[in-house]
Design a protein around this ligand. Sequence first.
Ligand code: BG6
Ligand code: MG
Length: 224
Amino acid sequence: MSTRPSLEACIFDLDGVLVDTAKYHFLAWRRLANELGFDFDEEANEKLKGVGRMESLEIILSWGGIALTEEQKQSWAERKNGWYLELVEGMDPSEILEGVMDFLEDLKKNGIRIGIASSSKNAATILEKIGLSGHFETLVDGNGLARTKPDPLIFLTCAQALGVDPGHAVVFEDAQSGIDAALAGGFWAVGVGKPEVLSDARLVIPGFKGWTWAKMESALLNPS
Ligand code: BG6
Ligand code: MG
């Protein structure tokens, strides 16, 4: 009898995996830092990817050595979100990253369950703008989640909703925090982006262009 593990589900991060909203989060956070009198670069921004809104704010304030009251923090977080929403206002389906639609179609054809696990409280808004609402069996977002990435809770919640054990599910992530969360939860982790940033992932791909489920399954189960 074969002991080959079966992969039954794919769980996708949203920002930076299905659509390039990661650049808009970066622009809005950078504007906040600039208004507070300091700056940070794309390398530092890697530490913010995947992390929830208030947790991201805490990290940025620590970089600037700035102490704020809870009320001030709420107010700055709301300003950042306002800038972010202005940046994503005009988004449409053309911004879905290359290869994503074909890959999703192929997963459906192969009977693979699909879900989204995004730390963003704006995930449903973005999915609506890019025409992907209703494409996924389940969406777990940053609303009402006790802990965001790197905690595995978001992926475990998504896997439970899909009725699949973590050992049979693949997580696609562009963030270090997301890869850490996936591995902590016992998932198969695929990095979408640069290998040097996502070095702990089992496999790193630059994007979904050219990937079928058969190719992905083979790359994961028979690594060279
Ligand atoms: C994650 C992004 O998906 O969501 C982070 O990678 C972002 O950059 C986080 O800060 C929270 O998003 P939001 O939309 O709730 O502020
Ligand atoms: Mg992301």
